[in-house]
Design a protein around this ligand. Structure first.
Ligand SMILES: Nc1ncnc2c1ncn2[C@@H]1O[C@H](COP(=O)(O)OP(=O)(O)O)[C@@H](O)[C@H]1O
Ligand SMILES: [Mg+2]
Length: 241
């Protein structure tokens, strides 16, 4: 793992046992957007390593490239160039669209600032749909995860009849119901008051602690970021080393 916490394994351990179990790795990753004749260099030579089970917060000013980074890490959009982009041990640079979609569905859950629930479906159906897309039968985990996020009593309601805190907890249930190895969250508390923000962070910590889920969370809130194991800072498309 690169970043602020250094060597977790301590001294005196032979090098073989120190090989990190990386869930995400990028080397020299860049993303450009063309706008007419101009090119915006949105991600610049990003080197990032994240170990399985890490909880990482990403902070930086608006427009510095945080969402773009999350979309590239989440295989939503390919980088313009990269020496390496690996997820869960798989090289992601030469995958077809279909392979990328399969790997994303198998390995990643997403939580967004604006929840992105389907408004025509109940909270429960929104969660079930995530399982359905992975062609997994429910063996009770929908009810279990709804209970874990405190929505058992109101999961029959559509998002429009849930509070914003409940909507985000439904979105978290949808993101984790398939037990993804990686949870990517883009300003998950950005639309919430402080009590609901605390509830979201508590849920992240719960799933992180109980299922070894790796979490990468963009946030503008230092309070939220301090709940993570480490904080990465981003500026002008670059990650601080
Ligand atoms: N699809 C796109 N096409 C063109 N420019 C984009 C696109 N997505 C993002 N950008 C630009 O990339 C820069 C970084 O955006 P973004 O990753 O959303 O930053 P942040 O999440 O840190 O606010 C911004 O200048 C934004 O306008
Ligand atoms: Mg953003």
């Amino acid at each position: 793992m690169s970043g602020e916490t250094g060597d977790r394994h301590g001294g005196g351990v032979d090098m073989e046992s120190c090989v990190a179990d990386l869930i995400l790795e990028t080397r020299n990753l860049s993303k450009d957007y063309r706008d007419g004749d101009a090119t915006a260099h949105v991600l610049r030579a990003v080197d990032l390593t994240i170990e399985r089970g890490d909880f990482v917060a990403v902070m930086g000013p608006s427009g510095c490239g945080k969402t773009t980074l999350l979309n590239v890490l989440g295989l939503m959009t390919p980088p313009t160039s990269a020496a390496s982009l690996r997820l869960n041990g798989e090289d992601c640079l030469d995958l077809s669209d279909a392979q990328r979609t399969r790997l994303r569905r198998r390995s990643i859950g997403f939580v967004f600032q604006r929840f992105n629930l389907l408004g025509t479906l109940s909270a429960r159906r929104n969660v079930e749909l995530a399982l359905h897309l992975r062609r997994e039968p429910s063996d009770g985990q929908v009810e279990r995860v709804l209970e874990q996020v405190g929505l058992s009593g109101c999961a029959h309601r559509k998002p429009g009849r849930l509070s914003i805190g409940e909507q985000q907890r439904a979105a978290i249930a949808r993101a984790v119901v398939c037990r993804p190895a990686l949870l990517l969250a883009d300003e998950p508390t950005g639309n919430l008051d402080s009590d609901n923000a605390t509830a979201v962070i508590d849920l992240f910590r719960h799933f992180h602690a109980t299922s070894n889920m790796t979490i990468v969370m963009i946030t503008h809130s230092l309070d939220c970021a301090r709940s993570a194991d480490r904080i990465l800072r981003m500026k002008d498309g670059r990650l601080d080393a």
